[in-house]
Design a protein around this ligand. Structure first.
Ligand SMILES: Cc1cc2nc3c(=O)[nH]c(=O)nc-3n(C[C@H](O)[C@H](O)[C@H](O)COP(=O)(O)OP(=O)(O)OC[C@H]3O[C@@H](n4cnc5c(N)ncnc54)[C@H](O)[C@@H]3O)c2cc1C
Length: 300
């Protein structure tokens, strides 16, 4: 086997986790009762093996053979070597450390998850980015209505991909300048109109579906960031495996949900993030001890 391009540094990760951030103090109790320091070290060793081996393996080849866009079908084919690295990462299921236990996740301190992220991103960052589906399903689970939570479960079961769709030609750093419009339809669905760009993993053939989490401004909403809502926009409205199935109907059906948590069906839109939830997301930042607060938020 060819030598890996990636030189990991597990000692540095151990140092940060156990000697700088005191992650060991939160293990063995509460939401992390199942984890002890030895297990965490084992997890990191396994993740390192995955990163240095199969994930890093396609780094050079993927660079030389980029994804191919077909304008006739608006579809993108990924190189086979990259697909193999991606599948190895997804099959190892370390991403379960990033999702709520109720969604099939493994309760873990955020610092442990981001340590694994460092290894995977160091080996081949796009694998981590294309593998963001479970993490985004976790977001939908934390913020969504019961029907939207079912979609989050399907995202995990079917391993759907996901993107974050914020940037526009005239709204980059200043995300609040976004002009993409969301118009409520009589049937409870939403139409989204605007131009987005720079969307990482926006289209690919790695999974059967991609759920795009799109920032848009509902008609009449305030200017700036305060007026933005987030909508989840599945690439495909229905998936053959779910044809006629309750789950598929949940995706297509309008979701008449609580205020500030709007949803959609007409354009496959599920609005998952209202302003109230933006505030929830920001709350930990104001805490004096950031790491425990983040752990508490993500464990909940
Ligand atoms: C590889 C890659 C992947 C990306 N993936 C995604 C994605 O998945 N989803 C998504 O939504 N977006 C994505 N983006 C877009 C990214 O978020 C934007 O590029 C970023 O927000 C900056 O916006 P911009 O490019 O319009 O630059 P601008 O905001 O126009 O900034 C241009 C320059 O001006 C500087 N600048 C801006 N504001 C100020 C200020 N107030 N004071 C001083 N200097 C300032 C910036 O530092 C920069 O040098 C991606 C970008 C890249 C390069």
């Amino acid at each position: 086997m060819a030598a890996s391009h990636y030189r990991s540094n597990l000692r540095d990760i151990h140092f940060n986790l156990f000697e700088v951030f005191g992650t060991g103090d939160s293990l063995g109790r509460g939401p992390f009762a199942e984890l002890d320091a030895a297990t965490v070290r084992d997890i990191l060793s396994e993740a390192e093996r995955l990163a240095v081996g199969p994930v890093a393996a396609s780094y050079a080849e993927s660079d030389c053979n980029p994804p191919v866009y077909d304008p006739a079908t608006c579809s993108v084919s990924m190189p086979d070597a990259f697909k193999a690295s991606y599948q190895a990462y997804m099959a190892a299921e370390w991403w379960r450390l990033d999702i709520p236990a109720a969604l099939g996740g493994t309760g873990a301190p955020r610092a442990l998850w981001w340590s694994i992220a460092e290894l995977i991103q160091g080996a081949q960052a796009p694998v981590f980015m294309f593998g963001s589906g479970p993490g985004m399903a976790g977001l939908l689970w934390r913020l969504g209505t019961p029907a939207q939570r079912r979609v989050a479960q399907i995202m995990i079961e079917r391993r759907w991909g996901a993107t974050m769709v914020l940037t526009e030609p005239d709204a980059g750093s200043d995300v609040g300048a976004g002009t993409t419009k969301a118009t409520a339809q009589p049937d409870g669905s939403w139409h989204i109109q605007g131009v987005k760009r720079f969307i990482t993993s926006g289209e690919h053939d790695l999974e059967e579906n991609i759920v795009h989490f799109v920032l848009a401004r509902p008609d009449g909403a305030a200017p700036g960031t305060k007026g933005l809502s987030m909508f989840a926009v599945p690439k495909h409205r229905s998936v053959p495996a779910f044809e006629g199935d309750v789950a598929a109907q949940e995706i297509c059906r309008p979701f008449y949900s609580r205020p500030l948590l709007r949803s959609s069906a007409g354009h496959r839109l599920l609005d998952v993030l209202g302003r109230a939830h933006c505030r929830r997301l920001h709350r930990p930042v104001r805490c004096s001890t950031l790491l425990p607060a983040l752990d508490e938020f993500f464990a909940g």
